[in-house]
Ligand binder design. Structure first.
Ligand SMILES: *Cc1c(COP(=O)(O)O)cnc(C)c1O
Length: 237
């Protein structure tokens, strides 16, 4: 992650890698969405990425998403990728294409109420804490089926499209791979249950350091920030 070039150059490197990993796992590169993670990245750089063909961007702070949306609007699809506080749903409900961090019923309640009011359905991924790291958000693996059944029965404006996880921040590639594998296995298991209105086709996994492994294990959305825009400067904004 050290030899970064311009946004254009970085995207070209990443796309080549995605293409190559997709081929390895007998998939088309079109099955994998490169989600540009734009937290702390300014609007000019986001426009540059859009010019280079980026169609989807991810933010983890609702107010930041909202602020950038006021400028950029629907030139891209907006994804909420970080843990989401219920009192911040209001900032993004009318702007997001997908929420990647559905992980508790209180959040479902809030999304349902606000989505209903504006007559929208909200695409969501259930965040699963496969690695069980204390710092990670998400449901425990063994609680996911019950949670999804609950959403299917009671939250009609929430459309579950799949699962999301974060790999542990470790160097052990085998351990990282096993986390991705377990998320994929879980999605296959849930898919086989044929729960009404539940779709398991999307798997959001893989970031700058591990998206190659994630694609080999079946990822359909990779969330990449640093490898596109460089190291984040949290003091700038
Ligand atoms: C910041 C962030 C990313 C991107 O991480 P990079 O290592 O910069 O690619 C991906 N997913 C989530 C949930 C994030 O918060």
């Amino acid at each position: 992650m050290t030899n970064l070039g311009s946004i254009k150059e970085n995207l070209s490197v990443i796309r080549t890698k995605i293409d190559c990993e997709a081929k390895k796992s007998n998939r088309s590169k079109d099955d994998i969405t490169l989600l540009a993670v734009t937290k702390t990245v300014d609007v000019d750089a986001i426009y540059e990425a859009i010019e280079e063909g980026i169609t989807d961007v991810g933010e983890n702070k609702p107010q930041e998403l909202s602020r950038k949306y006021q400028v950029i609007g629907d030139a891209v699809r907006w994804h909420q990728i970080g843990s989401l506080q219920t009192n911040k749903v209001k900032y993004i409900i009318d702007k997001v294409h997908m929420i990647h961090s559905l992980d508790r019923i209180a959040l479902c309640e809030e999304i349902q109420n606000r989505a209903e009011k504006i007559g929208r359905s909200i695409n969501c991924l259930v965040q699963v804490n496969i690695s069980k790291e204390e710092s990670k958000h998400g449901l425990d693996e063994e609680d996911v089926v019950e949670f999804i059944n609950d959403v299917s029965n009671n939250y009609k404006n929430i459309k579950i499209k799949g699962l999301m996880t974060m790999a542990p921040f470790i160097d052990d590639k085998d351990e990282i791979r096993s986390v991705f594998k377990r998320l994929k296995d879980l999605s296959i298991k849930i898919d086989s249950l044929n729960i009404p209105d539940i779709d398991m086709r999307t798997l959001s996994m893989g970031m700058s350091g591990d998206y190659d492994i994630a694609i080999e294990e079946g990822s359909t959305i990779v969330r990449v920030g640093t490898s596109i825009f460089g190291e984040r400067n949290y003091n700038k904004n």
